[in-house]
Write a protein that binds this ligand. Structure first.
Ligand code: KIV
Ligand code: ZN
Length: 389
């Protein structure tokens, strides 16, 4: 794989499903997995097989069906978890076992109640156990964002020596800032002697709204796998949003000279499917996939976009699978967009008619957020037939 290729690891079906109120049944997981395959993500994390019998079947069904992506299942650093994950995953074309253990002082002391050396021992044993099933093993340092850097280097070196092929450095509680998180990744690249034997992965939560920025900073500093979810679903405030990461990589090649395999024209369809399956609406101003992401209301913007789209659009609607942008006709709109919309509805008014209709439109727009085509039809009717009144 090229040095600048970013592996896109989608965890909508695992971390995304951990959004409160978001759990999915087997059929729903399979529908989303099929769409993720069309989207061409590299890895689908299908669930946490030991969590419940339903999740086991969900992971197994995805593993047995999906042919074009690696399929991963999550497990703690325990033999029973790892073996159960393997049971679910073994039918996959390229199965990945993803095992994790917490590494921050607060988690080790209060949650695990283990000494740091015991945590290293458990992590190494888990990787070896996973390795006895498959060569494709990912290990995660839960709460790596708050882990002491020397300890993180030690444990990462140990799990790579034990056979981990991907090492994931999660900012589990969304605590770090972009420069800080990037530096953490660089430190690992510089200080862990066997780091070149594994892919460094990042998994950022969005508690401070920085998950995407942190992920990109990690990439700039050496990470080559990004874990993310459709619409940014995930525990609490969610995970890094896949569509934002991928479109940033595509749009800012000058600063981010990396590639990934995602077919961006499947982004909108993926977003809509995940929203309808989970019942989680997408906020209108959500980057890339929100209803307003390619909508223009102000007259100045509309005029610019009608003359040349990239005056106000940094990516094309088609690149994310939308047929067109949207001119919203409201009180900020200008004559140019108004006239174009009337034309598209088959009405070619002369200058006088257009002037009067536009004045009337502005009066109405002060009373209504948005004027729709039906409102314009009424307006044109009024203008055409005013002499007969
Ligand atoms: O946020 C996190 O630390 C996780 C790991 C289990 C990868 O989801
Ligand atoms: Zn997570």
């Amino acid at each position: 794989m090229s040095e600048n290729r970013i592996v896109i690891f989608d965890t909508t079906l695992r971390d995304g499903e951990q959004s409160p109120g978001c759990s999915m049944n087997v059929e729903e997981k399979l529908r989303i997995a099929r769409q993720l395959e069309r989207l061409k993500v590299d890895v689908i994390e299908a669930g946490f097989p030991i969590a419940s019998p339903g999740d086991f079947i969900g992971v197994k069904t995805v593993a047995d069906t999906i042919k074009e992506c690696q399929v991963a299942g999550l497990c703690r650093a325990k033999d029973t978890d790892i073996d159960r994950a393997w049971e679910a995953l073994q039918g996959a074309v390229d199965p990945r076992i993803h095992t994790f253990i917490a590494t921050s002082p607060i988690h080790m002391q209060h949650k695990l109640r283990m000494e740091p050396d015991e945590v290293i021992e458990a992590a190494v044993a888990a990787v070896k156990r996973a390795k006895s099933h498959t060569s494709n093993v990912e290990w995660s340092a839960e709460d790596a964002g708050r882990t002491e850097p020397d300890f993180l280097c030690r444990i990462v070196e140990a799990v790579i020596a034990a056979g981990a092929t991907t090492v994931n450095i999660p900012d589990t509680v969304g605590y770090t800032l972009p420069h800080e998180y990037g530096e953490r990744i660089r430190t690992l690249c510089e200080r862990v002697p066997n780091i070149h034997k594994a892919i460094i992965s990042v998994h950022c939560h969005n508690d401070l709204g920085l998950a995407v920025a942190n992920s990109l900073s990690a990439v700039i500093n050496g990470a080559r796998q990004v874990e993310c979810t459709i619409n940014g679903l995930g525990e609490r405030a969610g995970n890094a949003s896949l569509e934002e990461v991928v479109m940033a990589l595509r749009t800012r090649k000058d600063i981010l000279p990396y590639s990934c395999g995602v077919d961006t024209t499947e982004i909108m369809r993926s977003s809509k499917l995940v929203s309808s399956v989970t019942g989680f609406p997408v906020q209108p101003n959500k980057a890339i996939v929100g209803a307003n992401a390619f909508a223009h209301e102000s007259g100045i913007h509309q005029d610019g976009v009608l003359k040349k789209a990239d005056t106000y659009e940094i990516m094309t609607p088609a690149s994310v699978g939308l047929s067109t942008n949207r001119m919203v006709l409201g009180k900020h709109s200008g004559r140019h967009a108004f006239k174009e919309r009337l034309k598209s509805l088959g009405h070619d008014l002369d200058n006088e008619q257009l002037k009067r209709a536009f004045e009337r439109f502005k009066e109405l727009a002060d009373k209504k957020h948005e004027l729709f085509d039906e409102d314009l039809e009424v307006l044109v009717d009024e203008e055409m037939y005013r002499h007969f009144g």
